[in-house]
Write a protein that binds this ligand. Structure first.
Ligand SMILES: [Zn+2]
Length: 94
């Protein structure tokens, strides 16, 4: 269910999660109990989890200006270590 923002005549702001059919219905303020009207604001993008926000930003940036490889990657990866233990030669091979 979506979250809607409301403001009572005393100026208290609060949010309610309610069905879309009840979005325009007045809501009673949790502080003063008066009937509050719905207020409209921007999308709640800032309420996203910070890690999800970073992932979405990175996705947008990579779509607009993807990182470009300018040279062949070097052999920075360490080679597989070779054992010198003679008992390892008797082990079954894949
Ligand atoms: Zn109030």
């Amino acid at each position: 269910m979506p979250t809607y923002a409301y403001r009572c005549p005393s100026g208290d702001d609060f949010e309610l999660v309610r069905p879309m059919a009840e979005a325009a219905d007045p809501a009673s303020c949790p502080d003063c109990g008066e009937a509050a009207r719905r207020v409209f604001g921007g999308p709640a993008l800032r309420r996203l989890d910070p890690s999800l926000r970073r992932a979405l930003d990175a996705g947008e940036q990579s779509a607009d200006s993807p990182p470009v490889v300018t040279s062949v990657p070097g052999r920075s990866r360490r080679a597989t270590p070779v054992t010198r233990d003679p008992r390892h030669a008797r082990l079954p091979r894949p």
